[in-house]
Design a protein around this ligand. Sequence first.
Ligand SMILES: [Zn+2]
Length: 66
Amino acid sequence: MAQEQVQAPIQEAAPKQEEKQTNCLACNKPLKKVRIYYRDGKFYCTKRCWKDFLDKQENLGKAETK
Ligand SMILES: [Zn+2]
């Protein structure tokens, strides 16, 4: 490894967040038009996934509190 490694070009951070949400925030499944549960500006596939997501958030919050 005599040669210096060429630095990888820095990727653009967060290009555009205008892309439409296509996956469920809870299970990451692609959202289908037929079954979409919309809540608080976010999309989930079912109400259950929304609750799952909320639980996740809660757990994350707990984990961060130290
Ligand atoms: Zn889901």
